[in-house]
Design a protein around this ligand. Structure first.
Ligand code: NAP
Length: 324
């Protein structure tokens, strides 16, 4: 992968081109205020210098973040799987071509993720690791980040998120900003921050959140939140992309999903994941099944028409399955 260092100036120009009119403080002042907030140095693909922040490049499996770094669009999730399962899943995902890995302190499997990466032989710079600080970590976030690095066996984290809004989250966000400057973390963001909490962080942030990871699937599509995040230059990442453990069969058995799977010669999971991509959500389905992991990355050789996207979008039920 050819990489090119670009200057802070290019990052600033890119974010100011976004026109953050609907975001945070609102209007022109928001655009000015946010434009001055991007300070991370950036490494970007040489052939993608003109790409706008938040614009999905499905053909190349990447989206440009507000940090200037590119994030893959499809990866492996590791919630509710053991350390040794995480090692296997990450190893299989990397062997299948996926380059995005999602873990968290509270999953207790960062060491397994690190072992899977090491075993894969894939160069570190090709891999995008996301981890999340758990709420008790917020009190002394810098120390917790050092422990994440040690468990993952890496010198930097690609994307670090605050897992939930909680006491000391603003203090922890400021600590994340400091570690970006120290080079230990490349991009920072949030998870489970609905609009009000998202705005609270945005207002105090020097570096606006690159990503908000939220429960997002056919039955809860987050259309309004997505529009708002777009206006802030923040990428929406979906957790429970297949509905989550226990709900996947219900999702796969939706008649329209079944129909489209037959018509495209794809599995129901592939139809749903492709819908996410075209709707502009980064996805990292969880799996310990090698065939499923491989299948989940085979979604770049077909596309859904606008009518098919709309048929799927009509499955919205405003139903959350994660219990928050
Ligand atoms: N930020 C947060 O608060 C938060 C919360 C929850 C999750 N997450 C992240 O989001 C990731 C995704 O969520 P999730 O794993 O909970 O739910 P999910 O991806 O919606 O669903 C996972 C389930 O789907 C099955 N599955 C995966 N691919 C399949 C395929 N091709 N065909 C059939 N079944 C398939 C898996 O079973 P098999 O193992 O049998 O494939 C597993 O039971 C998590 O792993 C985690 O990294 C974040």
């Amino acid at each position: 992968m050819k990489l090119l260092k670009i200057s802070k100036f290019i990052g600033l120009v890119a974010i100011s081109m976004l026109g953050l009119a609907g975001c945070g403080l609102g209007g022109e002042s928001a655009a000015k205020e946010n434009a001055t907030k991007v300070s991370a140095p950036a490494q970007v693909h040489e052939d993608a210098k003109d790409v706008q922040i938040g614009q999905f490049d499905i053909d190349h499996d990447r989206v440009r973040l507000n940090s200037g770094y590119d994030m893959p669009l499809v990866g492996i999730g590791t919630w509710a799987i053991s350390d040794s399962e995480a090692e296997e899943s990450v190893y299989t995902a990397l062997a299948s071509g996926m380059r995005l890995i999602d873990t968290a302190v509270v999953y207790g499997n960062e060491r397994g993720v690190g072992r899977g990466i090491k075993r894969s032989g894939v160069p570190r710079e090709e891999i995008f690791i996301t981890t999340k600080l758990w709420t008790p970590d917020y009190e002394d976030a810098e120390h917790s980040i050092d422990r994440c690095l040690e468990r993952l066996g890496t010198t930097y984290i690609d994307l670090l998120l605050l897992h939930y809004p909680a006491a000391n989250d603003e203090k922890a966000y400021q600590a994340m900003e400091r570690v970006v400057k120290a080079g230990k973390v490349r991009s920072i963001g949030l998870s489970n921050f609905f609009r009000e909490d998202f705005d609270r962080i945005l207002k105090m942030a020097e570096i606006p959140p690159a990503v908000d990871q939220m429960e997002t699937h056919l039955h809860h599509q987050n259309v309004e939140l997505k529009k708002y995040l777009d206006s802030c230059g923040t990428v929406l990442e979906s957790w429970f992309p297949l509905g989550g453990r226990g709900q996947t069969e219900m999702m796969f058995n939706e008649p329209v999903v079944q129909k489209l799977a037959k018509e495209h010669g794809k599995s129901p999971a592939q139809i749903i994941l492709r819908w996410h991509l075209q709707a502009g959500h980064v996805v990292m389905p969880g799996s310990t099944n090698a065939a499923h992991i491989k299948e989940n990355y085979e979604i770049f050789d077909f596309s859904l028409t606008e009518d098919e996207m709309q048929e799927l979008s009509r499955l919205e039920r405003n139903a959350l399955y994660g219990g928050y």
